[in-house]
Design a protein around this ligand. Structure first.
Ligand SMILES: *Cc1c(COP(=O)(O)O)cnc(C)c1O
Length: 382
């Protein structure tokens, strides 16, 4: 697995599941509790502890985690929530699920993190919260964002789906704001196949999100079984966003390997930095001072956006799974149709979109694969 032959296709990201993971899943799948059982709590506690937060609420995806967070801060019809344009669609959709309107903020050109000045510019009397996205695995400028949010009495919610294990000035993502959402999709840092979690220090918000993931019902099945009672009450509209014990067993097993995988991602990034330093026409995104990067993605910007398509095709032709993260959300058809967004709203994100490429980055990737990617990129640009 660690030595990729040159001709083998190289994806941009890939999970790493070993025999221990399979054994952990097998044990739980043969146990009494397939869902709402002890593995859920164990995974929640372990992940919360890893990031230094008090509570974890496991849900069925990263998008469900963002949705639960929007619910927890009370987003409702007519509310606006500020969200960076440069993100996965799920970040903005979570706002729409609760009847809110995503208001897109622009990013800074050299790191594609949300620009606090643009956020402040978008605040109105209807603003209910600010969502920040730790793009590629680098924490945003939470100092500035929290300062702006505090002045306007708004919560900041972190979409940390790229940034499990990242730090800002020594503080882990998961402790920087009131609510942080993570995803355990196979391309992310650890996987549960599908899954997500919100971490928080706020007991009341954690309780609200637990209820939300279980149809809005005040007590779950295991609590009722423990109490010997059949009674339950649905006190608000919720969803079935539960993450099963089978998924959580995989997550718990994967979490043990996370520190080593983060180290490996950082090593690969250093190798990319060195290999690309001598290549004209391409530049990696900037890492800010005080940041311990988690490198979900390794993103480069081409000087000439006119060459992006050809570079993309050349790399793909050589079996190298480059990708583009992301088409700015406000340019997606649903959003333009529903909210009247379009080109010109976030010019920095729109310009960046024309020139970015995500290069392969996953812990099982070999050093030689980095060299192969750098060579192919040099060839494509030569
Ligand atoms: C992966 C991702 C999500 C959504 O996670 P899913 O588990 O796929 O629902 C949300 N935001 C960002 C930035 C992501 O990368």
């Amino acid at each position: 697995m660690s030595d990729q032959p040159t001709e083998q296709p190289l994806p941009y990201g890939r999970q790493w599941v070993d025999d221990d993971d399979v054994a952990a899943v097998a044990e739980v799948v043969g146990s009494d509790w397939l869902t709402t059982g002890p593995a859920v709590e164990a995974f929640e506690e372990a992940l919360a502890q890893f990031v230094g937060a008090r509570y974890g609420v496991a849900v069925s995806s990263g998008t469900a985690a963002l949705h639960a967070a929007m619910h927890a801060v009370g987003v409702g019809p007519g509310d606006e929530v500020i969200v960076p344009a440069m993100t996965f669609v799920g970040t903005a959709n979570a706002i729409v699920f609760e009847g809110g309107r995503p208001v897109f903020a622009d990013v800074t050109a050299d790191d594609l993190l949300v620009d606090p000045a643009s956020v402040e510019h978008r605040i109105t009397a209807r603003t209910k919260g600010i969502v920040a996205v730790d793009y590629a695995g680098q924490p945003c400028d939470y100092g500035s964002l929290e300062e702006i949010a505090a002045r306007h009495g708004l919560p900041v919610i972190a979409d940390g789906c790229h940034a499990l294990g990242a730090e800002l000035n020594g503080d882990p993502v998961g402790t920087l704001v009131a609510l942080t959402a993570f995803s355990f999709h196979p391309v992310k840092h650890i996987t549960t196949a599908e899954g997500g979690m919100v971490v928080t220090d706020d007991e009341e918000m954690a309780g609200r999100m637990r209820r939300f993931r279980n149809h809005g019902i005040s007590r779950d099945f295991r609590e009722r079984a423990t109490e010997g009672s059949w009674e339950y009450e649905m006190v608000e509209l919720g969803y079935n966003y539960r993450l099963s014990d089978v998924h959580c067993a995989l997550g718990l097993s994967q979490l043990k390997k996370l520190p080593g995988w983060l180290e490996r991602r950082r090593e690969l990034a250093r190798r990319y930095d060195e290999a690309l330093a001598g290549v004209d026409g391409v530049e990696p995104l900037r890492t800010r001072p005080g940041v311990e990067h988690a490198y979900h993605l390794y993103v480069v910007r081409l000087d000439d956006p006119g060459r992006r398509q050809a570079v993309y095709e050349h790399m793909r032709g050589r079996g190298i799974g480059v990708n583009v993260h992301y088409l700015p959300v406000h340019l997606h058809e649903f959003h333009t149709r529903t909210f009247g967004t379009g080109p010109g709203l976030c010019p920095v994100a729109e310009n960046a979109y024309e020139r970015i490429l995500s290069l392969p980055m996953f812990p099982a990737m070999a050093d030689t694969a980095v060299d192969r990617v750098a060579e192919a990129l040099e060839e494509a640009l030569g």
